[in-house]
Design a protein around this ligand. Structure first.
Ligand code: ADP
Ligand code: MG
Length: 626
């Protein structure tokens, strides 16, 4: 008696369906991809409930011939691949010929399709993969695919579906991802008859992003572009100030396909190193265009995983584009007066005191005298939509070869291999072209011994003096332009360390030495700090070493490069002028210059160093305007 059965085809299809059709959102994805492959210019997606009861995707693509309409639902039936050679360069979203077979095996499907130029169309209905009805039908050119009662014959799957709300949310998110990847296709999504989103399909990345992700998110994005022999990257990355609590705002596309890629994710995140708070993630919408043969999309049935043949080049391309966008970002954070900052509108008496003009003139605050000479018109407060998306056509106007980057700018991509980074051409957004001189500005004063107040054009800029100074020092130390300066302490600072701390000290001894620390064991658990980096005051020596060891102990620095950065953070923080300290005029002026020139934007932990209050915002608060 044989024990092995060859499963009937419909059971095999049901099993295979599990890989392709996991939930209603997978149906949305597959049907949308088929519409894109059919060359549709307009695609409408309709959902009811969570999608399991009803999903319909209508397109105006090429349609199917009557003789293809039924065949399309067979397994491995595809018009997109002929033989194994085609697998080496896949230019369509689909190629496996599985989706329609898988979907129809576990649902009720109705297809109406008419080939462009044909007099009439075809209607096909299926239940559990079996054709029920088929024949000619009147319908517009293009294809309409309706999927009802998903998983009606696979109760085990049905049980695993979440609430309608979360399934619908997943469908919307999937459709949005697909739509975002195709700026040249207009996509409309209706949920229970209500429009969830609509993209214009005008081929422009900026309008696609703007309509799908919304004004607020679009406003925080900086445009970025780079290319390198056959590879092209374009799109947007978020300003560090708009970091998110998760990676949900990261969208990657490769040749129009939405992909998940830890490589691209790492490249983008590496670009934000030292300008984003820990636990915050950049958002991005990045479009990669590369030769079809240099990416393998046949890694998983869902086709969202890909393998690049030259990971290193792709990493560099993405890293450098993002890095360049951040380097050229030239804005301080805009604030709207929140209830807490409104307190500024009713400042304490000493606030006014610190604004006395004579006092500041006496201290040398001649309000950017050098800058005044060649000062361009004051910066206007940005109009809507905000800078990165303001004049998209300008992205294509100026191109420049990436200059031989200063060491501090592109010094530390952490690529997967060790060859030197390849130079990629990077486009510099026009609005970020640096002006030779600083716009006219006036240092109004310092408030709360913490914030430097600067007036520039119609803006009032508040600068966190500690954060700005910390960044300046950090960048200087990191650039390694000069060898680290060390200062010997007249009286060594004594430390008592736990055995664990002692071991960490030893493990990182070389690095600490290179940065200007000299620490010697002294008895069993005692250590003497004999020298520290010149930026640290003797009084801070012991605290700095303790803080560094604490960071290393917590595992804040898993590799030598991040250990170096963590140590530099501590040195910069200890060396920087503090809030609450009295600071001299020239020192403040230096900081203001660094911030206004755009050299300093975020502290090494990613906090903004300056915020801008516009006159309009203030006028609104005082009801001068409504
Ligand atoms: P694949 O997309 O991998 O080829 P599918 O099962 O998704 O496999 O589709 C099978 C075939 O049906 C496609 O190759 C295509 O020829 C045809 N088809 C599916 N959807 C459409 C559509 N919206 N417009 C035109 N043809 C379609
Ligand atoms: Mg398909």
């Amino acid at each position: 008696m044989p024990v092995i059965n060859i499963l009937p085809p419909h059971v095999a299809d049901m099993i295979a369906a599990g890989e392709v059709v996991e939930r209603p959102a997978s149906v949305v994805k597959e049907l949308m991809e088929n519409a894109f492959d059919a060359g549709a210019k307009n695609v409408t997606v309709e959902l009811r409930g969570g999608g399991a009861t009803y999903i319909r995707v209508v397109d105006d693509g090429c349609g199917m011939a009557p003789e293809d309409a039924g065949v399309a639902f067979l397994r491995h039936a595809t018009s997109k691949l002929k033989d194994e050679r085609g697998l080496e360069a896949i230019g369509t979203m689909g190629f496996r010929g599985e989706a329609l077979a898988a979907i129809s095996a576990v649902s009720h499907v109705e297809l109406r399709t008419r080939r462009r130029g044909d007099g009439e169309g075809t209607f096909v209905s299926l239940a559990g993969g079996e054709i029920q009805e088929m024949g000619p039908a009147g319908c517009p050119e293009g294809t309409s695919m309706t999927v009802r009662d998903l998983f009606y014959n696979t109760p085990a799957r049905l049980k695993f579906l979440k609430s309608d709300r979360s399934e619908a949310a997943a469908c919307v998110q999937t459709a949005l991802r697909c739509a975002l990847g195709r700026p040249e296709v207009s996509v409309r999504l209706l949920r229970d008859g209500r429009e969830e989103f609509f993209s214009p399909g005008d081929g422009r990345q900026d309008s696609c992003v703007y309509t799908l992700l919304g004004r607020e998110q679009a406003a925080s994005l900086l445009s970025c572009q780079s290319w390198d022999e056959g590879l092209k990257l374009s799109g947007f990355v978020s300003s560090p100030a708009a970091g998110k609590g998760s990676r949900a705002g990261q969208y990657f596309f490769c040749n129009g396909r939405t992909i998940r890629s830890s490589l691209l994710q790492a490249a983008v995140e590496q670009a934000y190193k030292n300008s984003l708070l820990t636990g915050r993630y950049p958002a991005c919408v990045l479009y990669l265009e590369i030769p079809l043969g240099s990416v393998d999309v046949n890694v998983h049935p869902a086709k969202t995983e890909v393998k690049f043949s030259d990971e290193r080049r792709i990493f560099d391309l993405v890293y450098q584009a993002a890095r360049f966008a951040l380097e050229t970002e030239n804005r301080t954070a805009q604030v709207e007066l929140s209830p807490s900052t409104r307190k500024l509108a009713a400042p304490k008496a000493d606030f006014y005191r610190s604004m006395s003009a004579e006092e500041f003139r006496a201290a040398g605050y001649t309000a950017g005298a050098a800058a005044k000479a060649a000062a361009p018109a004051p910066r206007k407060s940005p109009a809507e939509p905000k800078p990165a998306l303001k004049s998209p056509e300008s992205f294509y106007q100026t191109r420049l070869e990436l200059p031989k980057a200063p060491v501090s700018t592109f010094s530390e991509p952490k690529p997967p291999s060790s060859t030197a980074p390849k130079k990629a051409a990077v486009e510099k957004p026009v609005q970020n072209v640096e002006s030779p001189a600083l716009p006219d500005h006036k240092i109004v004063g310092e408030a709360l011994k913490t914030y430097i107040i600067v007036e520039r054009g119609e803006d009032l800029i508040l600068i966190d003096k500690h954060a700005a100074h910390e960044r300046l020092i950090f960048d200087r130390l990191k650039s390694r332009e000069q060898p680290a300066m060390s200062q010997s302490l007249l009286t060594p600072a004594l430390l008592k360390l736990t055995p664990e701390e002692g071991a960490l000290l030893e493990a990182n001894g070389e690095l600490l030495g290179e940065l200007g620390f000299e620490i010697e064991p002294f008895g069993r658990q005692d250590y003497a700090v004999r020298a520290v980096p010149a930026d640290i005051g003797p009084a801070d020596a012991a605290a700095a070493v303790e803080e560094i060891l604490e960071k290393l102990r917590r595992g804040a620095a898993p590799d030598p490069a991040s250990a170096r950065d963590e140590i530099l953070h501590t040195v910069a923080c200890k060396a920087a002028i503090k809030a609450g300290w009295d600071t001299q005029g020239p020192e403040l002026e230096k900081l203001v210059e660094a911030v206004l020139s755009g050299r300093v934007k975020y502290c090494p932990h990613g906090r903004p160093v300056a915020v801008t209050l516009t006159k309009k915002e203030l006028d609104k608060q005082f009801k001068r305007i409504v």
